[in-house]
Write a new protein. Sequence first.
Lengths: 485, 123, 491
Amino acid sequence: MLTKTLAELAQGLRAKNFSSVELTRALLQRIEASQSKLNSVISITADSAMAAAAVADGQIAAGNAKPLTGLPVLHKDIFCTAGVRTTCGSRMLENFVSPYDATVVAKLRAAGMIMLGKTNMDEFAMGSSNETSYFGPVKNPWNPALVPGGSSGGSAAAVAARLVPVATATDTGGSIRQPAALCGVTGIKPTYGRVSRYGMIAFASSLDQGGVIAATAEDAALVLNVIAGFDPRDSTSVDLPVPDYTATLAESVEGLRFGVIREFFDAGLEPAVERAVRDALAVYEKLGATLVDVDLPALPLSVPTYYVVAPAEASSNLARFDGVRFGYRCKDAVNLEDLYKRSRGEGFGAEVKRRIMTGTYVLSAGYYDAYYLKAQRVRQLIARDFARAFAEIDVLVGPTTPTPAFALGAKTSDPITMYLNDIYTIGANMAGLPALSIPCGFADELPVGLQLIGGHFSEARLLNVAHQYQLATDWHRRVPAGWAS
Amino acid sequence: MFCQFNNLQDTPQGNVYDFAHTFRNFRMSLDRAQIQSIAHLARLSFSPSELQVYQESLSRIVDLVSQLEAIDTADASPMAHPLPGLSQRLRPDEVVESDSHELYQRNAPQVEAGLYLVPKVIE
Amino acid sequence: MASDASTNEWETVIGLEIHAQLATRSKIFSGSATAYGASPNSHANLVDLGYPGVLPVLNGEAVRMAVKFGLAVDAEIAPRSVFARKNYFYPDLPKGYQISQFELPIVGKGRLDVVLEDGEHKRIGITRAHLEEDAGKSLHEGLGKLTGIDLNRAGTPLVEIVSEPDMRSAKEAVAYLKKVHTLVRYLEICDGNMQEGSFRCDANVSVRKRGASEFGTRAEIKNINSFRYVEKAINYEVGRQIDLLESGGKVVQETRLFDPDKGETRSMRSKEEANDYRYFPDPDLLPLEIDEAFIESVRKSLPELPDVKAARFCRDYGLSEYDAGVLTASRDLADYFEQTAASFTAAGPSTEHAKLTANWVSGALAAALNANNLEIGASKISALALAGLLRRIADDTISGKIAKDVFEEMWASGREADAIIDAQGLRQITDTGAIERAIDEVMARSPAQLADYRGGKDKLFGYFVGQVMKATGGKANPAQLNELLKKKLVG
């Protein structure tokens, strides 16, 4: 029961092979037991989960269950959950109990899914290794001396260790795809505006997007079916109908044109990673896809562009954390300025402060044109490159990360080294494109991810392409040692 | 521009992008006064030693992003939103909220008579 | 303070920034109510409080109201405008930024014509007007060493109207301010309540030597909440700056507060000088696009604007520009006037009745409203009822003097004019014979005064008028009385 996919578990519940209460209890125990090894969750909501499981069993028995009724999910601790602590991985919100549900959370709750807890994450989603969390780093289940990636490290590690079949996550510069790649699981970042950002604590508003991490593309499709859709509470939410993402999974990829992004096969790409990615591309060729090399010359500018735009937006988004209405407040503030400076100085970790400072700088008088406006122009160039490519290409492909998982502490001394982890993933956020990562092999016995990027609102195609690969291979079925049962 | 990332340094960790190597003894792009002024604008407190660390890392980041200066963007307008061509939706003028201040103020550090309290502000 | 002589060598330059709260039901970016005076934080929802994860959604009515204003001042309506974040820290600003508009405001250049006290016309330029959200309120009293924050007001829609620095005196500034005040109330986009803070004014004041081409350094006087204070504050500030410059000092660009008790402006030392607001387009809001169809639908909903109405009053009712201006100061007053004037006869208003109506509406009625602190909508005498009274003056049933008494009685009792006139027997005596008899009687019992008058003491005419009026209970038609008395006294 425990290492089954969401689809398999749904079948099992319907066939009454086990109950939701049994499943929930077992997974809660598994999560609890895993904490000392992985530290993948910040909060476990055992009581409410068991209560909800009992209700779900009743609905299943009465025959009025929905497709996902009684099935477990973990939410990244960036999603506000009513009545439940929502920390965003930060001391600033250590004791913050959200009074409301994020739209993503509400939708999954309405679909009958049972929240088992909130996953660990880089503080305020700023990081690529889940080492900046106030609640301690998350360990990679493939090798606990290594990072799981970030910022959705907790969600990726939890799914990889089969603590849950699916977990929600968010992606601003690669925070779903990169940890999915490092943990050997599937992660999808939908098109910007496809999933509501209401209740998703904001990092960089024009880049953030909520998505899902699962073991399979099929499972991701099941969840995306629920969380995608127009939300009137989010002005950037797009009003387009949501297709049934599972309906087209079985289509053949024959005849599809795959664009291999030349710029991603640069000197920074580790040879073993490249080998695994090329092997994956060979599988697609066998399935009937045509591979074509494409050039996206502006893409290498992703990192500097991102590190202007994202911190700028973040510096403004995080200004609301001031110790006045919620969140951490320093002790014995002598005046207002002291209240602000020490509440924020003590409440935020180093990386968050670094990005707030960077963002404040690039927006400040005299620098706005040279940095912020310039970066937004370069962003246009990146978006244009993608648009040009998609005029002739169905799916863009390449590696998700330049290396497999690295050691805890290896990159924390220099922020720039850490930033370069996102070098292949940032482009899709810049252009608002949907992208996913699927496991495609191993490098030095560590998982490697293949990245697929599609045109706007082509999630169905991406999931279909991913699913076809997962029918022809079994990388996605591999479970790290010690976590298989 | 991208060539900077090709400064391959084979370090013991196998880390190919070793910026630390490249920039070890460089002149910092931001001075202390600038850092202090940014910290003030952002309402962040720093100890003097922290300030030093931030000065270094911020200067490195500024150098990283200054690479954008050389890029020709003459015919590219600033892209504020990733999906082009969309415009703001208008909401009908309806009151849809009710008084929930008690619930919301459960998270407040200091409240009295429904007011959020802060150290006195003199105007 | 500067003497008159030095004021002549100095020129005052004033620009006004007006913040008008829009009269929408809900806030600009959230569905909270905009009601005033509620208990603290009872109308502050998660979006208003800047809670983690919340997002703004734009109120369409606020957009309509801003466009209404733009059309009313003949301004360009931007086909595409952008919301920007103005970043600064203050406890009444929950998100740590205010959503406003910076480089691309919804309303561009426009203008407003004002009439000054001496009748002179002046055109004041409007630089722009934009939409933004209001901040909350800080309460400093009664909390010891603490300040209390109430966020009910946070998120209320504002339109900020920026004038060109076209005003050259405090009086001009007040005239412009009053005109904008009238306009926003005409358009029903703002209730103009300055005490409650729904109509606020900041004044940018500078001086320069007459004839100079450059502007002097300006000081900004914030949040002045009455027309009287605007005038006082500007005059004080002008004097302060002139004194400063004349004694060799320099005017500092700063923000100042007006202290109404002392009648002075003083520097706001605690507020950040030269704040770097780091404006950038708000990524949570998409560009606002307004097409011709939208503009046309708003244009169709515009009421007759004050200037057009005043011009029509002059043309159709023969009123003076001054009278028309007074009557059109508020739409309700103008409507009341028209309703009254129209109720005279079935044939509709005439110029003669219009003047009479104008005098009474802007005279006795206005005085009664003011004395009882009432708006025209709460008048104890309806337009129809007033018309009833005025009709009786016009047809000589009662004299103007008696009419004033009837008016008082109508206000107090709510009864109609005719009922009061009949009940109190106030009809004017217009019967020539009756008046002549009264005159004869008075003449008969006043031989000495008659002799004196005939002997040259013209002043005694008044004595006879008074006596006849007394004898007739004040009801003799004054015009007739005068004419007949003149004839009879001569002999």
